[in-house]
Design a protein around this ligand. Structure first.
Ligand SMILES: Cc1cc2nc3c(=O)[nH]c(=O)nc-3n(C[C@H](O)[C@H](O)[C@H](O)COP(=O)(O)OP(=O)(O)OC[C@H]3O[C@@H](n4cnc5c(N)ncnc54)[C@H](O)[C@@H]3O)c2cc1C
Ligand code: SF4
Ligand code: SF4
Ligand code: SF4
Length: 403
C-alpha cells in the first residue's frame, strides 16, 4: 500500500506507450480513464511541430498513447482552460497533467470557486522550465546554426537544452549560456521555485533515476491519498511496475531540487533588482505600460483574475475607447492580483505589446508577502491576504469579495 510521501521508480507494462521516461504518467492516465475513475483527461500533444504543444481533451483511452512524451516549448496553462471551457470540472471527473505553475493555478482557481478540486486528479510533472516557441526557434537557428524544422525532439537535461535532429545526431548548449544571451527558458521559469509539484496527487519526473533504470523509469512521488489509491490500483491491475528508488538517486534528486530552487531565488533577486524599486520602478512601469492596447489578454489569461465584474471595465474609471488606457488600468490589476500571483508568466508571454506584466506582478507578490507575512500563493487553500472575510478573523482586509 502506498502512502503520501512514498517514492519509487515506475515504468509501464503497456507496449503501446512510449513515454518520456518510464511512461508512468500516460499509464496512470490511461488506467484512470479506462476504469472510469475519471470521465476525461486534459493533457498535451504535439501539434504541427515540436514547438506547438496542443491541449487535448481525451475521452477514449487509446488516444492517450500519442500524447506521451514531454514538450518543453510553449506557454500553456491548463487550469484556466478547465475554468473557461469545462465549467471548472463541476460536473465531470477530470485527470490533468500539471507543471508547478499549473498546480498552483489550480489551487488559486479553486479558492475562488472556479474549479472543483474534488473532481480533479492532478498528475504532476517536475519542471526545470519551458521555452517559448519563438525563442526556441530563434536560438536553434541563431546559436545552434540549425534549421528549427530539422529538429525532431528537444529536451532539457543536466542544465542543457538538447536538440535531436532528423539524421539521429544531437547537440546541447548550456542553459546558462543561452540565458546570458537573453534566450533559453522564459523569464518567469528562470524565477520559478516550484520544481516538484507536490500540490498534485502524484509528482513525476526524471531527476534521481540512476543505474540500470536511467532513461527507462519515471521517478514517482506520491503526494496525496487520492494519488496513492490510483497508483496502487494501477499496480494491482499490472499495468504499471515499480521498485524502490536507488539511495544515490534519492540523494541526487534532493540536491538537484535544492540547486534549482536556489537558482530561482537568485534569479528573482537579479530580475527584481534590475527592475528597480520605489519611484524608479513606478516610472519604468508607467513607461512600459504606455504601449498597452487594452486588449484584455492579460486579464483573460490570468488564473487569479476572476472577479465577475471587472473594475477595469467600469467606464467611470477606465475611459472606453481610449488607448493606451490610463496607468490606473494597470495599477488596479496589479493591486488586485499581485498578492496572489503564482508567476505563471501568462500575462507577459501573451501580451501583444511585450509588457513585462508577470515580472511586475511577481516582484510585487514577493514584496507584499514579505510585508504581510502570508504564505506563498498556490501552495495551500488559505485565502489571499486581501480577500474579503465575513468575520474578518482570517485577516483585517476588506478588499474584494470572493465570487
Ligand atoms: C516543460 C517540462 C519540463 C520538465 N522538466 C523536468 C525536469 O527538469 N526534471 C524532471 O525530473 N522532470 C521534468 N519534466 C518531467 C519529465 O519530462 C516527464 O514528463 C516525467 O518524468 C514523466 O515521464 P513519463 O515517461 O512517466 O511521462 P509520459 O508517459 O511520457 O507522459 C507525459 C505526459 O505529460 C504531458 N505533457 C507533455 N508536455 C506537457 C506540458 N508542457 N504541459 C503539461 N503536460 C505535458 C503529455 O501529454 C503526457 O500526458 C518536465 C516536463 C515538462 C513538460
Ligand atoms: S513557471 Fe515553473 S513550473 Fe511553470 S513552466 Fe516555468 S519552471 Fe515550469
Ligand atoms: S499576474 Fe500574470 S504571472 Fe501572475 S498569475 Fe496572473 S497571469 Fe500569471
Ligand atoms: S495584454 Fe498587454 S496590451 Fe493587452 S491589455 Fe494587457 S498589458 Fe495591455
Amino acid at each position: 500500500m502506498s502512502a503520501k510521501g512514498d517514492m519509487c521508480y515506475a515504468w509501464t507494462n503497456d507496449a503501446g506507450i512510449k513515454g518520456e521516461c518510464g511512461g508512468a504518467v500516460t499509464t496512470l492516465l490511461k488506467y484512470a480513464l479506462k476504469n472510469k475513475i475519471v470521465d476525461a483527461v486534459l493533457t498535451v500533444e504535439k501539434g504541427v511541430d515540436i514547438y506547438d504543444p496542443l491541449p487535448v481533451f481525451i475521452t477514449d483511452p487509446a488516444d492517450l498513447d500519442k500524447c506521451s512524451g514531454s514538450l518543453h516549448c510553449g506557454t500553456l496553462l491548463l487550469p484556466k482552460l478547465i475554468q473557461k471551457y469545462l465549467d471548472g470540472a463541476k460536473d465531470m471527473k477530470l485527470a490533468v497533467t500539471v507543471k508547478g505553475c499549473d498546480a498552483k493555478a489550480m489551487y488559486e482557481l479553486a479558492k475562488r470557486n472556479k474549479i472543483n478540486m474534488d473532481n480533479i486528479f492532478m498528475i504532476g510533472l517536475n519542471c526545470g522550465g519551458s521555452v517559448t516557441p519563438f525563442t526556441a526557434r530563434t536560438m536553434i537557428h541563431d546559436i545552434y546554426g540549425i534549421n528549427p524544422d530539422d529538429v525532431v525532439k528537444e529536451e532539457i537535461d543536466k542544465g542543457q537544452f538538447i536538440i535531436m535532429l532528423k539524421d539521429g545526431t544531437h547537440k546541447g548548449i548550456s542553459m546558462d549560456e543561452l540565458e546570458a544571451k537573453g534566450l533559453g527558458r522564459r523569464l518567469n521559469c528562470q524565477r520559478c521555485e516550484t520544481k516538484i509539484p507536490r500540490q498534485a496527487d502524484i509528482a513525476c519526473g526524471n531527476w534521481g533515476v540512476v543505474g540500470d533504470k536511467a532513461g527507462k523509469a519515471t521517478f514517482v512521488e506520491i503526494c496525496s491519498d487520492k494519488g496513492a489509491a490510483l497508483f496502487d490500483a494501477a499496480s494491482k491491475a499490472g499495468v504499471i511496475q515499480s521498485c524502490a528508488p536507488d539511495a544515490k538517486g534519492l540523494e541526487i534528486r534532493g540536491k538537484i531540487e535544492n540547486v534549482m530552487v536556489k537558482m530561482g531565488l537568485k534569479n528573482q533577486k537579479k530580475q527584481f533588482d534590475e527592475l528597480g524599486y520605489g519611484a524608479k520602478r513606478l516610472a519604468f512601469m508607467e513607461k512600459e505600460t504606455s504601449r498597452c492596447l487594452k486588449c484584455y489578454t492579460c486579464i483573460e489569461q490570468c488564473p487569479i483574475c476572476s472577479c465577475t465584474d471587472c473594475i477595469t471595465k467600469d467606464p467611470a474609471i477606465v475611459t472606453p475607447g481610449r488607448i493606451p488606457p490610463n496607468f490606473m488600468f494597470h495599477m488596479i490589476r496589479y493591486a488586485h492580483v499581485a498578492p496572489s500571483c503564482i508567476n505563471c508568466g501568462q500575462c507577459q508571454e501573451l501580451c501583444p505589446m511585450d509588457i513585462p506584466n508577470a515580472l511586475f506582478m511577481h516582484a510585487m507578490q514577493t514584496e507584499t508577502q514579505a510585508l504581510f507575512g502570508f504564505g506563498k500563493p498556490g501552495y495551500d487553500m488559505i485565502l489571499p491576504a486581501l480577500a474579503y472575510s465575513e468575520d474578518k478573523k482570517d485577516n483585517g482586509f476588506v478588499y474584494f469579495k470572493m465570487p
